[in-house]
Ligand binder design. Structure first.
Ligand SMILES: Cc1ncc(COP(=O)(O)O)c(C=O)c1O
Length: 414
């Protein structure tokens, strides 16, 4: 049987930060193996949001009274935290959105409608989450641009030898790719794609929703033009995400949402727009959620992204070795060296929904479905998979419970 090497972070101590992990499901301790979908929240984040509502809350950027200034400082402080987290040259280029999905829609609409047309091509990958697929497909179709994809091999890794053909046959204007695949955990060579995109005269859009919680993100080192991330996947509140964009591009883009706060002046004949980042933040933003987002970044940064990544890697090595013991389980995706803490698999003869249902009886939470990657599922030749995903609070005992649970699944249905 596989043996786990000691992990680099003190998970037992960290787990005490997460009240939700004390929940019982069917009288059993919860084994939460669905962090790729959304993460649980530590007390530090919950307390920060509560303290903000209790002592600092007002609308932002409007009032001159003390409390409004304090709320604005909390909100803008969170923006500085996000900027540092992704190594943005300036916090003015960080825009708060509702989610990674909204961040990508902002780019697809505001940049795409202005810059794409017949003869242009948008390139995505076969691995993309629908959030980085459907907006591009839609805007390409609206503008008359073509929509192409970088194919994957059977292991779920990008076939980079397809790039030359794509470049020969198309005038590429956008390359949009995820840093980490939410379905297979594949880590994509985004720096290389960004360099290739720029050789084509295209912009590079990176979906970092699944990477930012687990590994250090540096927009300057990646060489990308836009990067989307989400709070709820890194221990923060839902309803808030961020977009980092290259200053020159953001300046040239028309606004995405229109209304209060994003204007400089409004007249009956003409409206002018506010400076960055406010041009892209119409209306009252998710203020406390932004503050919670900042607190979540502080929390994971204190643990250290390299340590989190190492912990998840060790757990993934262990999980893959344990699943390999089960001849009737097929694991999808690349070798463990090139995957993040995500393991998608199929139990021979049992539908993933039934697998997840039976595991739930034992308090084991996994995701079953297409994971918002229907084109990828088609490529893999399945309608759905079962997915276990890990985070800083995940432990080997939970992997063991998963494997025991799968034996039960096989015995009852396989
Ligand atoms: C790779 C990837 N991109 C985008 C998203 C969408 O993120 P959000 O929930 O912030 O819209 C997800 C969420 O599952 C994801 O895994």
């Amino acid at each position: 049987m596989a043996v786990l090497t000691p992990t680099s972070i003190d998970t037992a101590a960290l787990r005490a930060d997460f009240p939700f992990l004390e929940e019982l499901v069917n009288g059993k301790p919860l084994a939460y193996l669905d962090s790729a979908s959304s993460t649980q929240k530590p007390r530090q984040v919950l307390d920060r949001v509560r303290a903000f509502y209790e002592h600092e809350y007002a609308n932002v950027h409007r009032g001159v009274y003390r409390l409004a200034e304090r709320a604005t400082e909390g909100y803008e402080g969170a923006r500085r935290t996000v900027a540092t987290f992704v190594n943005a040259p300036s916090e003015r280029d960080v825009i708060f959105t509702r989610s990674a999905t909204e961040s990508i829609n902002l780019v697809a609409y505001a940049w795409g409608l202005q810059n794409l047309g017949p003869g242009d091509t948008v390139v995505i990958t076969e691995l993309e989450h629908h959030a980085n697929f459907v907006p591009w497909q839609f805007i390409a179709s609206r503008t008359g641009a073509s929509f192409r994809h970088i194919p994957i091999d059977d292991a779920g890794e990008l076939q980079l030898d397809a790039l030359a053909g794509l470049a020969r046959e198309n005038s590429i204007k956008v390359v949009a790719a995820g840093l980490v695949s939410n379905s297979l955990g594949t880590i994509n060579p985004v720096e290389r794609l960004a360099a290739w995109a720029h050789e084509q005269g295209a912009i590079m859009v990176v979906d970092a929703a699944q990477a930012a919680p687990h590994r250090t993100i540096d927009v300057q080192a990646l060489g990308c033009d836009f990067l989307a991330l989400s709070s709820h996947k890194l221990c923060g509140p839902s309803g808030i995400g961020a977009l980092w964009g290259r200053r020159e591009l953001l300046e040239e883009m028309a606004p995405f949402n229109l209304g209060g706060e994003m204007i400089r002046s409004v007249g009956l004949d003409r409206t002018t727009f506010n400076e960055l980042p406010h041009k892209f933040e119409a209306g009252t933003p998710a203020i406390a959620e932004a503050v919670g987002f900042g607190a979540a970044i502080d929390y994971i940064s204190e643990i250290g992204l390299p340590a989190i990544e190492r912990h998840e890697h060790e757990l993934t090595v262990y999980a893959m070795a344990r699943l390999e013991e089960l001849a009737w389980v097929r694991v999808f995706g690349p070798p463990v060296e090139r995957r993040a803490g995500i393991v998608s698999f199929d139990v021979e003869g049992v539908h993933p929904h039934d697998v997840a249902q039976i595991l739930d009886w034992d308090g084991i939470a996994v995701r079953a479905g297409h994971h918002c990657t229907q084109p990828l599922m088609k490529r893999l030749g399945v309608a759905a998979t079962t997915r276990a995903s890990f985070y800083l609070y995940s432990i080997a005992e939970e992997v063991d419970r998963l494997v025991d649970g799968l034996h039960k699944v096989k015995k009852s249905l396989g």
